[in-house]
Design a protein around this ligand. Structure first.
Ligand code: IMP
Length: 179
C-alpha cells in the first residue's frame, strides 16, 4: 500500500480494507444478535460515517430504519453558551432504540452532546456504534457499545475520515507519518 500526501501532510498505511471489512462484519453480528427485537433506528452522523455506515448496514439483517444527521454548533446567547443543533432528524424517536453510527470517537465531546440531545427527546435507549475509538483520549462515561477497532492517539484518514476535507474516499485507513 502506498503512502499518500494530503495538502502539507504525509500519511502511511495503517489498516487495510480487508481488516476493516473483517471488523465491520464482526460488529454487525453483535448488533444483529443484541438488537433483533428492538426495531432500531440507525442515526448515521455525517460526513465521516458514510463509508462505515454503508458497509455496516449491508451486514445488518434485522428489521431497522436508517436516517442521516449532522451536528451543527453555534453560539447561543451568553446564558446558553454553545448550542448544539441536530440537523436532519425527521423521525419520531420517542420510545425508540437509537443506534448512533460514528466514524471515530476521540475525546467524546461530540458524542456527549449528541446523546444529550437524543435523551432529551425521550428515546428508550441510545446505543453507540463507532468504527474507531481512541481509548487514551476518551474520558466520557457514555459506553461505546460497538467498536470496530481501538487505536492509539494518532491522527488517521481514509474510510470516511478526513484531513481538512481530504482523504475521505480512501478505502484503507492511513496514519499521519511521524518525522
Ligand atoms: P471528539 O468530539 O473529540 O470525540 O471528536 C470527534 C470528531 O473529531 C470525529 O467525528 C472526527 O470528525 C474528528 N476526529 C477525531 N479524531 C480524528 C482522526 O484521527 N482523524 C480524522 N478526524 C478525527
Amino acid at each position: 500500500m502506498r503512502q499518500v500526501t494530503l495538502k502539507d501532510k504525509t500519511f502511511v498505511p495503517y489498516i487495510t480494507s480487508d481488516k476493516i471489512s473483517e471488523s465491520v462484519k464482526k460488529l454487525a453480528l453483535s448488533i444483529n444478535a443484541e438488537l433483533k427485537d428492538e426495531f432500531p433506528l440507525f442515526l448515521v452522523v455525517l460526513n465521516g460515517s458514510f463509508m462505515f455506515a454503508a458497509d455496516l448496514l449491508k451486514e445488518v439483517d434485522i428489521p431497522c430504519e436508517i436516517s442521516f444527521i449532522k451536528l451543527a454548533s453555534y453560539h447561543g446567547t451568553s446564558s446558553t453558551g454553545n448550542v448544539t443543533e441536530l440537523i436532519g432528524l425527521t423521525e419520531e424517536i420517542k420510545g425508540r432504540t437509537v443506534v448512533v453510527v460514528e466514524d471515530i470517537v476521540d475525546t467524546g465531546v461530540t458524542l456527549e452532546k449528541l446523546v444529550t440531545v437524543l435523551n432529551k427527546k425521550g428515546v428508550k435507549q441510545v446505543k453507540i456504534a463507532s468504527f474507531l475509538l481512541k481509548p487514551e483520549a476518551y474520558k466520557k462515561d457514555i459506553e461505546v457499545n460497538y467498536v470496530g477497532m481501538r487505536i492509539p492517539n494518532d491522527f488517521v484518514v481514509g474510510y470516511g475520515l478526513d484531513y481538512d476535507g481530504l482523504g475521505r474516499n480512501l478505502k484503507d485507513v492511513f496514519v499521519l507519518k511521524s518525522n
